[in-house]
Design a protein. Structure first.
Length: 116
């Protein structure tokens, strides 16, 4: 079994920054990607950013240039640095791990609220 524990969410003013962390533990074999998704009320869950085991990254157009994903393979941890936050970034942010065997695991989610 794999557990993902997210941290770092909270309330921030527009233009501010937050850093999310997601630590994976348990029976981890062959991580392919780790990434962040978000879901705002009334919206579908959407990809924010992800990173592969080789370090390749991709981002949603709405966050390019503002959000940056990075990983620490030794710690099985992925980070999301979020800068110049906007009210429309408000959502529950979920961490996802995908293995090379096609199994996926989700964290419990962390709330990010951007408001003055």
């Amino acid at each position: 079994q794999v557990q993902l524990v997210e941290s770092g969410g909270g309330l921030v003013q527009p233009g501010g920054s937050l850093r999310l962390s997601c630590a994976a533990s348990g029976s981890i074999f062959s991580i392919y990607t780790m990434g962040w998704y978000r879901q705002a009320p009334g919206n579908q869950r959407e990809l924010v950013a992800r990173i592969t085991n080789s370090g390749s990254t991709n981002y949603a157009d709405s966050v390019k240039g503002r959000f940056f994903i990075s990983g620490d393979n030794a710690k099985n941890t992925v980070y999301l640095q979020m800068n110049r936050l906007k009210p429309e970034d408000t959502a529950v942010y979920y961490c996802k791990l995908l293995t090379t065997y096609g199994s996926d695991y989700w964290g419990q989610g962390t709330q990010v609220t951007v408001s003055s």
